[in-house]
Design a protein. Structure first.
Length: 95
């Protein structure tokens, strides 16, 4: 396994563990490191979830948009964008 793949997997695993424990700021850092290596819709989705929990709705919307941009049929990304829009107070577009 090449070093970048190992680094990506390690950062994603760390981010997932932090997300499960509610350590959202640390999870964002880990997911950001992974995204520096490779843009991945699932990592963008998880970082978006963290941003919602940190009350950073605009960043959550941006990540959800990037995830959907990678796969317009990515229903989890579409749902997450709705969650982020709701968190931002944009109730009309959240539906």
């Amino acid at each position: 396994m090449d070093p970048s793949t190992a680094g990506f997997r390690h950062s994603v695993s760390e981010g997932d563990a932090c997300l499960r424990r509610g350590l959202y700021a640390r999870a964002v850092e880990a997911f950001s490191r992974a995204l520096d290596i490779r843009k991945d819709k699932h990592v963008l989705l998880n970082r978006s979830r963290c941003y919602v929990s940190l009350s950073r709705a605009q960043l959550a919307i941006e990540d959800a948009d990037m995830a959907i941009g990678q796969d317009k049929h990515f229903y989890r990304g579409i749902y997450q964008k709705g969650e982020a829009l709701f968190a931002s107070g944009d109730f009309e577009f959240a539906l």
